[in-house]
Design a binder for this molecule. Structure first.
Ligand SMILES: [Zn+2]
Length: 451
């Protein structure tokens, strides 16, 4: 096969030597954080998907490459670069003529609950796992159409996010690849285990809440992490409040398993969590300047979900009769929202070198606000001081890095998963070009196209 060197072949199927047998064994690892070994896939003989003529923004930080070619086989990128240096193979199954268009890595949303949108008239209908799965399917479709090819689900109803992850992997549903975190770990009465709902401030129905698991004391926090590991989660999601020993135990337990920890936090708990080594801090309330300094020191990822706060301030939650301005009637959210302070924290974090990821959350109305809220979030990051190019990096390479998938996602280069989008305009010049998605390739398959 042309256009692929031995180094790329190695990246596609890592070869190891088994010393005991003296034989070479090959394997790959699963395309999530769990990295279980899977049998190698022979992609060399799979028919090629080729994109020609586009301007390539490969996401690695360099200048755009005019008149580029991207060769993909199976779910991987085999080669990408200027037409002059990348030969087009003979066995092409499909060619996308992208002259005049722009190609960049697929977008990543680090904070999207696939089950949380309920609809304006939700009060009339009971919720169930099946209803949540239907909603997740609709949300997955709207995400992929917008070029969002990977999401992290930070707490789901039942096992809906896992089953969606599998359905996408198996090609049953067209949607973004999903890294999921099972149920959120909270202390009794903590965020997620309050007797009133965060979104509505109303008393929850007296039924088990599958989105949250409670734990009290370090050993229970370890056990709660283990129970999520058993469910095959990629990430562990925790919420404040907690004791220092509890968060330290959870982070240690997750890291021992190679998993990462995201936290929904507020006040001093954010500082404790960062010091304990959590991997990403989500939309923290009542955040101190010291937290930003600590994040820089501990290399914590930051997913500010500015849009979620903005929606709360400006829209409220009309279907539930909640006026704009704050989280009302909820104890763990009893902090005023200061949007300017939120922007300032992002600006300070950016200046301090903290990796900033894109997440939307929009827990109330995401069936209606998605994917517009994703674009809105990018606009706020720009407002906070990130250049267009850095906003795009947050949405791709940095997002992949925070996700623990930096070796497989986030840039367009040989050996990586073929998740990319073709746009009508240059997003480095104008972020609104991201609203003009012409093609989406997810896992090497054309998921969205004009025809
Ligand atoms: Zn959330």
């Amino acid at each position: 096969m042309k256009g692929i060197g031995p180094a790329v072949a190695l990246a596609l199927a890592a070869a190891i030597t088994a010393p005991a047998a003296g034989q070479t064994a090959t394997y790959e690892t699963s395309d999530d954080i769990r990295r279980v070994l899977v049998p190698p896939v022979d992609r060399e003989h799979m028919p090629a998907l080729v994109i020609t003529g586009a301007t390539l923004l490969d996401g690695r930080g360099g200048a755009p490459v005019a008149d580029a070619v991207i060769v993909m086989r199976g779910d991987r990128i085999f080669a990408a670069g200027p037409t002059a240096s990348i030969p087009v193979p003979a066995d092409v199954a499909r060619t996308v003529d992208a002259r005049g268009l722009y190609v960049m890595p697929g977008l990543i949303d680090l904070h999207l609950h696939v089950t949380s949108q309920r609809g304006d008239d939700f009060g009339r209908y009971p919720d169930s796992d099946a209803a949540a799965a239907i909603r997740a399917t609709v949300l997955a479709a709207s995400a992929i159409k917008a070029g969002i090819t990977a999401i992290r689900d930070p707490a789901t109803i039942g096992d809906v996010a896992l089953r969606m992850k599998e359905a996408v992997q198996r090609g049953i549903v067209v949607g973004p690849r999903i890294l999921w975190s099972g149920a959120m770990i909270a202390t009794t009465g903590g965020h997620g285990d309050e007797i009133t709902g965060t979104a509505t401030g109303r008393f929850k129905p007296d039924v088990p809440n599958s989105r949250t698991v409670t734990a009290n004391g370090p050993w229970e926090w370890r056990q709660a992490v283990r129970s999520q590991v058993r469910r095959q989660v990629d990430w562990v999601k925790v919420s404040a409040p907690f004791e220092r020993e509890e968060i330290a135990a959870a982070v240690d337990e997750a890291h021992r398993e190679g998993l990462r920890v995201a936290i929904d936090s507020f006040g001093e708990y954010s500082e404790w969590a960062v010091a304990a080594g959590v991997d990403s801090l989500e939309h923290t309330l009542d955040m101190s300047d010291a937290t930003v300094t600590l994040m820089a020191k501990h290399k914590t990822g930051f997913v500010p979900t500015l849009t979620a706060f903005r929606n709360l301030l400006t829209r409220g939650y009309p279907p539930a009769g909640i006026p704009a301005g704050a989280f009302y009637y909820t104890f763990s959210r009893r902090y005023p929202i200061d949007f300017q302070a939120n922007l300032r924290h992002v600006r300070d974090a950016y200046k301090a070198g903290v990796r900033i990821g894109v997440g939307t959350d929009i827990p109330f109305e995401n069936e209606r606000l998605y994917p517009a809220s994703y674009h809105e979030e990018l606009g706020y990051l720009h407002e906070a001081g990130l250049s267009n190019k850095d906003v795009l990096a947050s949405a791709t390479r940095i997002g992949a890095d925070i996700l623990g998938m930096g070796d497989k996602l986030g840039t367009i280069e040989a050996g990586k998963i073929a998740d990319l989008i073709v746009l009508g305009g240059n997003p480095e010049q104008d972020l609104s070009a991201l609203k003009d998605v012409r093609y989406v390739v997810a896992g090497g398959k054309v998921a969205v196209s004009p025809d």
